[in-house]
Design a protein around this ligand. Sequence first.
Ligand code: SER
Length: 595
Amino acid sequence: MNLKDLYIDFFKSKGHKQIPSAPVVPENDPSVLFNIAGMQPLIPYLMGQTHPYGTRLCNYQKCIRTVDLECVGDKTHHTFFEMLGNWSLGDYFKNESIEWSFEFLTKILKIDVNKLAITVFAGNDDIPFDEVSYNKWLSLGITKERIAKTSDDNFWIAGSSGPCGPDTEIFYWQGSKKPPVKFDTSDENWVEIWNNVFMEFNKNTDGTISELPKKNVDTGMGVERVTAILEKVDDNYLSSIWKNTIDLISKLSNLPYKGNEKSMRIIADHLRTSIFIIADPADIRPSNTEQGYILRRLIRRAIRHIKTLGIDINSNWESKLTDIIVKQYQKYYPELKQKKETIINTLKIEKEKFNKTLERGLKKFEKAIQNSHHIDGTLAFHLFDTYGFPLELTVELAKEKNIDVDIEGFKQKFMEHQEKSRTATALKFKGGLAGNQEIEIKYHTATHLLNAALKQIIGKGVHQKGSNITSERMRFDFSCDHKLTDIEKQKVEDLVNKWIDESLPVTVKEMPKDEALKTGAECMFIEKYPDIVTVYSIGDISKELCGGPHVKNTKELGKFIIKKEESSSSGVRRIKAILKGSMSSSVGGAKTHDK
Ligand code: SER
């Protein structure tokens, strides 16, 4: 049986409910571009909100981490991965969590105890040594020598603020020799396979730590890594997850995997991630900003390696590879099959675009070397940044002409650029939803009001297509076939402000999905909601399926001002709006329950 199925079945047998994988692009959480962990979509619940599925949850979650994008090409790095997770929302804590992890690994996966080692939180100035976890592991038969106490590596937080806590990590011996008696955390043969975080704290945006209303458990296990371990391969790309993809790349290029590993891994990894991004409900397409830019880099890097392997760029590789990757995952993520045509078209269009800049970049390159026998860092970075040339392409071209490239200079420019975008990102996302900032909660409620106002003024055919919130503004995309007139914009703005002035209460109800839809509740993507949903209502003017959080009363919002109305894509308009002079808010919404 597949690892994902074994995991879900096991935790269901321990009273957990399976929750669906959330989209890879978080909704209403501007603190990250992509979900980086299974817990990310659960932040409001870890912060104390009631989850409609109860207090014991499990799932497999689509995740994307791009910090190590440049490392992809080795045996272990991936940009997309699936994370298995189980959560306790104020239910069980350390003892049960550790016991079940141990049971799953040794009884279900039949992993030899002698190949396991553990780290536990050693304590720091604020939080004491995690004695409970330490003793629990001892009681399960892990020897003292195999339990390491560390501080820095045993505290988990998704970003700079939000729910967090000490963790205990489980390691597996992947070396070919017998595992040593003593666990040396710096020995790379020990690989981390599971992380159990005991989320008791919240790191506030001012850096202080406070206690969460409940003690939670958040665990995460990487599917790719554990599959490789179970299949006894020391290269993740040799596991059954990748086999069909690598075989196809090998066939398309007429080359063996051995000797061409790097390019084949990059193609396989980057295309898989691109496919998941394109299929996401957020409808991301290659662009030069945010998620779209990551998507562009992934596709272009994959194309570059497709060329390296000598695969004809104009052959139908994008369709064949999409086909095989979609087949691999469609059972778990049906959206891939539904969006297959879109995925293939998007890859095709980007391929054609890259081919064009590639030609222009080559001209620039030729011109530059007419007068010089050296490519400095600025030019190498310009080729990378403007023409989408990865450094290795520039180096390769230069080599053919016996010209050297200032690689260090390129790295320097690259780092400066990264630093700039990091700072920009940090500024932009300062205090995301993870920090649960009041203003973002207000914008979230304003989003519902705007959605309702557009329906009244423009027409019932208006539907939400996306939204994005920062602490400075809200952005709302909606289906509409025309540019809004000034009068329409004014009417929408006035109506939202009228509702704010009316001090409408915001209430939340849990109910079965079918019933919620019958009552006419709005929702963006019905397939992604669980069977029991939360419905937020604002007076009797708005009703939406939503995970919250929201303010209690519209009077907290202040004045709503539309700053811009523009086209987002064909048939989709975008409004940017701000709130001014809002009063301090209370998170939640009065809770009512169906009897
Ligand atoms: N959030 C933790 C992690 O990503 C455990 O799930 O490692």
